[in-house]
Design a protein around this ligand. Structure first.
Ligand code: CDP
Ligand code: MG
Length: 702
């Protein structure tokens, strides 16, 4: 085919018209199915238009009349925000107007919002106040194939809700891979799970039967077929060549960087998408590309590396969707996020490390880790598919073909490898007391359930009959933080440190993005960090940082700059704190009183102060009431052992306890990197506090 240089005289449209998306041809059948059946399963390649178009079709078809809202859930916060921004753009409104999003601690919706993107976890939370989710006419559970913990729970809850709202609620489940049958079978379930068929509607039923035979087992079309249908939007894709390594790579990050350079220098135009597992790897790779790009021939096409992971700000994430400048090839280093949740146009080459970071909870040690794990075949296939969206592509797998053959078929659903305490608490609060009999799409292993019940019991959220306690258990479920922190917050008034714990809760929920430094400033950042250090540990240090921020840093941007503090993250902490405070006030807890005590306290806790005589101890005691299960003892060699004894834990380099002496400590979280397990946000405690505040737990342990 001859290539004309049309680019000179034509300006490309901002977006590919939505009418050209694969989904457009299916608009009528989609709307018909959704109108007719309680459940519609939509299967389609990533990029076919499910997330961005379906809600718009529904809105236009009148599903938002009488003030109802369409909810679209996402397993990831990032996906919820980016997609909302995109759809608002297509609709031509501001985000938060007709189209909005809602993620934990960030609600960008208004009374005008008709299409609402939100995380699946947040929708579950909404069910606490609106048990039938009655404000929604349609709930689309997007990216269901990811089988996130909250997605699975949500599906079970929706199945229950559907029994109560068989006629006015529609559920759409969208999935990138073919697990559609599983989802439909789940909703079919036992006979009494069937919503009643409109008997008068015989004609429609006939139609259904006629229609249904194409995608369902014929037998079920008689009655069982009334629950739902599967629709397949076979999106257009181009062939993707798959290339393997001859022998395994020692360091896949390094190999990925090399491969990117090889593609850049040897392969024709087209952007590159690289799958790595997390932020650190991605930052390393981006940096390596920037450094080595300098060695490229000055007249050669340049190479622009961009990161994509959940911790980035919305603006930073948006860069990856922008077209690269002229004569520049874009390379995006991404976590699993780009596997299916977001679509980046122009990708022709995929480099797949073969790894993904997965959460795994060990019920024996009680430790949850986030570990780089080999992907499943389904994931690898999905990743490769990202290369063939606009023209034939290539996928470079940084592993051997034999390793590919030995991969699991599909990723183990999160529900089978997670700490279930938060979701069990939520289910209980939704009135689902018998967890074992709850309709799980895949049931969790018994030991995970038992472990979660034990923890909730020792936290005081459950009574001897495994019923939610009042008010403690109920309140813990309502608070938008995980159970251990919820308990800490709710214990705080009795230690006279509610204001401080509110701050600590807000700061720890930022997930370690408090510090900020440019390349080569790491040393200076470290010493800046030490200025806020409090001997007793990281939690009190976080408190110091926050105090300094609200008294000085909020007003002068220079303060944050000089102290290597992340202005955005800290501003977020202020907002999160305010939201948590509102919860507590709703419970009738007096936050004002402790605010004044925090003022009194400013002095003893201030920079380098080492904590007041009592306040610091009260805070540490209070933390112990929630985090006793995350206790560890320092060993002579400076490492820690958790209570169960088996696991060697290292203080994270960002922790004050790194290279310092301590005896017993509690920690906020555990991270496994490489073959080391790190604990982060660590604070010294006394051993006897553990028995004092968690006698049951320490009895169970023995
Ligand atoms: O949900 P699904 O993967 O089926 O597709 P989608 O996210 O609705 O994307 C449909 C189209 O919109 C794709 O061609 C994307 O390239 C485009 N899109 C975009 O350009 N920017 C976004 N933030 C989201 C989608
Ligand atoms: Mg999508």
């Amino acid at each position: 085919m001859a290539e004309f240089d049309l680019a000179a005289s034509f300006i490309p449209s901002l977006h590919k018209p939505a009418s050209l998306l694969p989904i457009a041809r299916h608009r009528q059948s989609l709307l018909y199915l959704i109108e007719t059946y309680p459940v519609t399963i939509v299967v389609g390649q990533t990029g076919s238009g499910k997330t961005t178009q379906i809600p718009q079709y529904l809105e236009q078809a009148g599903w938002c009349s009488d003030g109802k809202v369409i909810a679209v859930t996402q397993p990831r916060r990032v996906a919820a925000t980016t997609v909302a921004i995109r759809v608002a753009e297509e609709v031509g409104c501001k985000v938060g107007a007709e189209v909005g999003y809602s993620i934990r601690f960030e609600d960008v919706t208004s009374a005008a919002t008709r299409i609402k993107f939100l995380t699946d976890g947040l929708l579950l939370r909404e069910a606490l106040v609106d048990p039938l989710l009655s404000r929604y006419s349609v709930i689309m559970v997007d990216e269901a194939h990811e089988r996130s913990l909250s997605t699975d729970i949500l599906l079970g809850v929706l199945k229950k809700i559907l029994k109560k709202r068989p006629n006015d609620l529609r559920i759409i489940i969208s999935s990138a891979t073919l697990q559609a049958e599983d989802f439909l079978n789940f909703f079919k379930g036992d006979a009494d799970a069937e919503p009643k068929v409109e008997k008068s509607d015989a004609l429609t039923l006939d139609e259904l039967i006629a229609q249904g035979s194409s995608n369902n087992q014929g037998a079920d079309a008689e009655l069982g077929g009334s629950i739902g249908r599967i629709i397949n939007l076979e999106g257009r894709t181009y062939p993707v060549d798959i290339l393997y390594l001859e022998k395994p790579a020692e360091d896949y990050v390094e190999k990925a960087v090399q491969t990117v350079f090889d593609i850049h220098t040897k392969e024709p135009d087209g952007d590159i998408l690289v799958f790595l597992t997390g932020r650190e790897e991605i930052d390393t790779a981006v940096q390596a590309i920037s450094e080595r790009a300098a060695s490229l021939h000055p007249r050669a096409q340049s190479l622009m590396a961009l990161p994509l992971y959940a911790g980035l700000s919305t603006e930073q994430q948006m860069y990856v969707f922008e077209e690269a400048p002229e004569n520049t090839r874009k390379v995006i280093f991404s976590t699993n996020i780009a596997e299916a949740s977001v679509t980046i146009d122009g990708i022709v080459y995929v480099v797949d490390s073969g790894y993904v970071k997965l959460r795994a909870f060990n019920p024996t040690t009680g430790i949850e880790t986030l570990t780089a794990t080999p992907v499943s075949k389904a994931s690898a296939t999905q990743r490769a598919g990202r290369a063939g969206r606009t023209k034939p592509g290539k996928c470079f797998r940084l592993y051997t073909e034999a390793s590919f053959q030995s991969l699991e078929e599909a990723t183990v659903p999160e529900i089978q490898r997670s700490n279930l305490a938060p979701v069990i608490l939520q289910l209980k609060a939704l009135g689902i007391d018998n967890i074992v009999r709850f309709d799980f799409i895949t049931p969790p292993p018994a030991e995970l359930v038992i472990r979660a019940l034990e923890l909730l019991y020792s936290l005081g959220a459950l009574d001897d009959y495994a019923k939610l306690t009042r008010p403690l258990g109920i309140r813990m479920a309502e608070l938008a933080v995980e159970p251990m922190m919820a308990k800490t917050l709710l214990s705080a008034p009795s230690f006279g440190c509610l204001s401080e714990i509110l701050t600590i809760a807000a700061m720890t929920s930022l997930g370690g993005n408090i510090w900020f430094h440019h390349d080569g400033e790491k040393k200076r950042m470290e010493s800046a960090r030490r200025k806020f250090a409090v001997e007793e540990g990281d939690h009190l240090t976080l408190l110091n940082v926050y105090q300094a921020f609200v008294t000085k840093g909020r007003k002068e941007a220079k303060f944050c700059h000089d102290h290597y503090l992340n202005f955005k993250a800290l501003s977020r902490a202020v907002s999160i704190r305010a939201q948590l405070k509102r919860y507590l006030e709703r419970f009738g807890m007096n936050v004002e009183e402790s605010l004044s005590s925090s003022n009194a306290n400013k002095q003893p806790l201030s920079v380098g102060g080492g904590g007041g005589p009592d306040k610091g101890e009260q805070i540490r005691r209070c933390l112990t009431t929630g985090f006793f299960a995350h206790a560890a003892k320092m060993q002579p060699d400076g490492t820690f052992r958790n209570v169960a004894g088996g696991t060697v834990l290292h203080a994270h380099p960002s922790s004050l306890m790194f290279n310092r002496k301590a005896d017993w400590v509690i920690f906020h979280e555990v991270m496994e990197t490489g073959n080391k397990t790190f604990i982060r946000d660590v604070t010294k405690i006394e051993k006897n506090w553990l028995v004092e505040y968690a006698p049951e737990f320490y009895k169970i342990q023995r």
